[in-house]
Write a new protein. Structure first.
Length: 276
């Protein structure tokens, strides 16, 4: 079972880490580009701003908030923010579910392993199979042991063939566990991409505003597009970073538990080798 684990994990984590780094770099580049594009506009209206700055500061209703910047930006940006928020809720849900199910006590319950070991030591293979099929005793170890015992009973060369059944069942159980945490990988990958989409929309909105004002757009007219560009990127990263951390943690935890389970299954099934 241990040979199955080590192939996909490192490449997936490296790929997603690289994507997060690219997302951060793109966000900073977008900010620099917007700042340089609007520099001339800010200088051209500097005289007008100097006359109104005092009044704007004194009026609290004119202070720009995050929500106001989103509303003033492209309407599609609000949809993107909504999707990112939904993904954040889904991420929290799957983190809680995986944290409660991917545990040693759930996947390798000590009482179940001790009972199976005792039954096989006494040669009660049929009883051990029925014990594994009892829903109360369901676990990673019981499913793998049940597959091995069934092959042992049905095959003329039981001991010689039960190992292949154990390996096949182990692959199936590992695949199920990886699919459970793969949702976090998808959320961690999609969230920054949605954030970058919002960044591009915000940049387009800001440049369209500059073009429509013939290069004389006021800063508050650009605030909606620029704010949306930065906020969507920020939200995407805030969702992606903890999600990818959780994904890496659960992958490593699965690898650790499965490795230990493989050794324990060998120990549980060892009495069969001494009987044939």
């Amino acid at each position: 079972m241990e040979g199955i684990i080590n192939q996909a994990g490192n490449s997936v984590i490296k790929k997603n880490t690289l994507m997060l780094i690219c997302a951060l770099a793109f966000g900073f580049c977008a900010t620099a580009l917007l700042d340089s594009a609007s520099a001339a506009t800010l200088q051209s209206v500097a005289g007008e701003l100097s006359e109104t700055t005092t009044n704007d500061i004194a009026d609290p209703q004119k202070k720009t908030t995050l929500a106001r910047m989103l509303v003033d930006g492209n309407p599609l940006g609000l949809v993107i923010v909504g999707v990112i928020l939904i993904l954040s809720i889904a991420s929290v849900y799957f983190i809680i579910v995986n944290a409660s199910t991917i545990t040693r006590s759930r996947m390798m319950p000590e009482p179940v392993m001790e009972d199976l070991e005792q039954m096989l030591r006494e040669g009660e293979v049929g009883r051990a199979v029925a014990y594994c099929h009892d829903k109360k005793n369901y676990s990673l170890v019981s499913e793998v042991v049940a597959a091995g015992l069934q092959r042992y009973q049905s095959s003329e060369f039981g001991f010689a063939e039960y190992r292949s059944a154990v390996e096949e069942a182990g692959e199936d159980q590992i695949g199920r566990l990886y699919r459970k945490v793969e949702v976090l990988n998808v959320i961690g990958t999609v969230s920054p991409m949605l954030g970058l989409t919002g960044t591009v929309l915000g940049m387009i909105e800001a440049f369209n505003t500059i073009a429509s004002r013939e290069g004389m757009a006021r800063p508050e007219e650009l605030a909606g597009g620029i704010g949306q560009a930065l906020i969507t990127t920020l939200l995407g990263l805030l969702v992606a970073i903890p999600t990818m951390v959780a994904f890496s943690y659960f992958r490593n935890k699965i690898d650790s538990i499965v490795s230990e389970a493989g050794k324990r299954v060998e120990r549980i099934m060892s009495p069969l080798g001494r009987k044939k």
